[in-house]
Design a protein around this ligand. Sequence first.
Ligand SMILES: [Zn+2]
Length: 102
Amino acid sequence: MGEAERGDTAPRLYVSYFCSNNHETRPAFAADAQIPETWDCPRCGLPANLDADNPPPPPKITPYKTHLAYVKERRSDEEAAAILTEALELLRSRRANGEVIY
Ligand SMILES: [Zn+2]
């Protein structure tokens, strides 16, 4: 009758997932649950799948243009350097004030 009792007796299915770093993770699923094809590796965060010999490749890092890269497209290097210095000084003063913690 109780939830706990039902939980204890519910059949569990342990499924092995493999990531491209050779980590194996074995989440448990309810026997009647749908087993997902991929699983995020809890150790490295890469996608993992059910095929130990052929784990999913790590996702491509999409090239990310920084704000500075955009600035450099529009301005000369000296201007960009001045803007960078200004930004750094602003960041340093904000950090000194405890406004930013990185
Ligand atoms: Zn992993």
